[in-house]
Design a protein around this ligand. Structure first.
Ligand code: KG4
Ligand code: ZN
Length: 335
């Protein structure tokens, strides 16, 4: 079964061709265009700008994907696309593209849940068996997902305000660092003292949910009330990063204890952060459970994960109607 999938729920335009058979899974094509240039002047993703960019980038990406796989449309057995959750204007572009191809070539269509794509990635990349606990941390996501089986997911906690990557990006902006801010903060933090500032640990004693707006305000207060030398900026970056790492560690410990899993996986753009990874790895060693982090290229937004989730459902004859609607909100529990 060869599936061509489309992803356009945020600021990555992506097309992939994945084959699934009894011999395993083969990635024939993985094309991604990251819309940095389109959004950089705004310091964040602008939905309307993202949707228009998806519209212009899909055609060349589809062509490239077919070339990479050395295939034509006639070789494809089914077309899949992210149907949500995400920025609806963008989702609609990939969703309608896949539906149109499915209609034109008379092949099945599979509307896929974007979060399910993320949730199943460790199953594909690291051959990790169900059940496992996934921490998804990126510019748009910040949640624990208990992946019990195909189609059986439980979201444990999440952010009640900003996503974690967003918090990195906003603090970076306050420090006059360019977008995306996460890697910039990490770099600057190397020159700083992580104990220089004591920032609050939001929701420290409460469950598994996250909150970053209070932390952000606290960082802003310090920046506004002190003269910001280069050293102080580095100290702010290091102290902020340390606070985030501590929060993640506290919440991860709770989530591991609550689910009693044997495997913990971290994914998403923020998983590139070395301090965060190291803390989570240490925590897993202490708890005697396996730690995994899929390759970044497959755990940030991409279409391979959408094709893979679609393929897993197609193997048990689960397809979508062409009348299916896209959904800006689509909790994993409702798959
Ligand atoms: O998954 P991703 O590439 O894309 C979307 O969310 O769409 O995640 C991007 C986010 C950005 O907020 C970026 O600042 C953050 O991940 N990020 C990092 C690091 N690398 C990327 N945050 C902290 N440390 C990093 N090294
Ligand atoms: Zn995503």
């Amino acid at each position: 079964m060869k599936i061509m999938a489309f992803e356009s729920s945020c600021d990555e335009t992506a097309v992939a061709i994945v084959e699934i058979s009894d011999n395993g899974t083969q990635i024939h094509a993985n094309q991604i265009y990251s819309q940095f240039d389109e959004h950089v002047e705004y310091g964040g993703v602008v939905p309307e700008v993202a949707a228009r960019a998806h519209l212009s980038y899909f055609d060349p990406l589809v062509k490239k994907a077919l070339e990479e796989a050395n295939m034509s449309f006639k070789d494809i057995d089914a077309f899949a696309a992210t149907a949500g959750p995400g920025l609806l204007g963008g989702v609609m572009i990939g969703f309608m593209y896949a539906k149109s191809l499915s209609l034109a070539f008379n092949k099945p269509f599979i509307g896929t849940n974007h979060l399910e794509g993320h949730a199943l990635t460790p199953h594909l990349t690291d051959d990790i068996d169900f059940p496992y606990l996934l921490l998804l941390v990126s510019g748009g996501h910040c949640q624990f997902i208990h992946v019990k089986n195909l189609g059986d997911y439980h979201t444990l906690g999440g952010t009640i305000d900003d996503a974690i990557g967003e918090a990195f990006d906003k603090v970076a902006k306050m420090l006059d660092l360019p977008y995306p801010g996460g890697p910039q903060i990490e770099k600057l933090a190397q020159k700083g003292d992580k104990n220089a500032y004591k920032f609050p640990l939001p929701l420290k004693n409460k469950g598994i949910d996250f909150s970053f707006s209070g932390l952000k305000t606290s960082v802003r207060q310090r920046i506004l009330t002190e003269e910001m030398t280069e050293q102080r900026k580095a100290d702010i970056a290091a102290s902020f990063q340390e606070t985030v790492a501590q929060i993640i560690e506290i919440k991860a410990k709770r989530a591991i204890e609550q689910t009693a899993v044997n495997t913990f996986v971290v994914a998403g753009g923020v998983a590139a952060n070395k301090l965060l990874r190291q803390r989570l790895e240490n925590l897993c060693t202490q708890k005697g459970i396996t730690f995994a982090a899929p390759p970044l290229k497959l755990c940030t937004d991409n279409a391979v994960m959408i094709a893979y989730a679609a393929a897993m459902h197609s193997r048990i004859d689960q397809f979508s109607e062409l009348s299916m609607s896209a959904r800006p909100r689509w909790p994993l529990e409702e798959i």
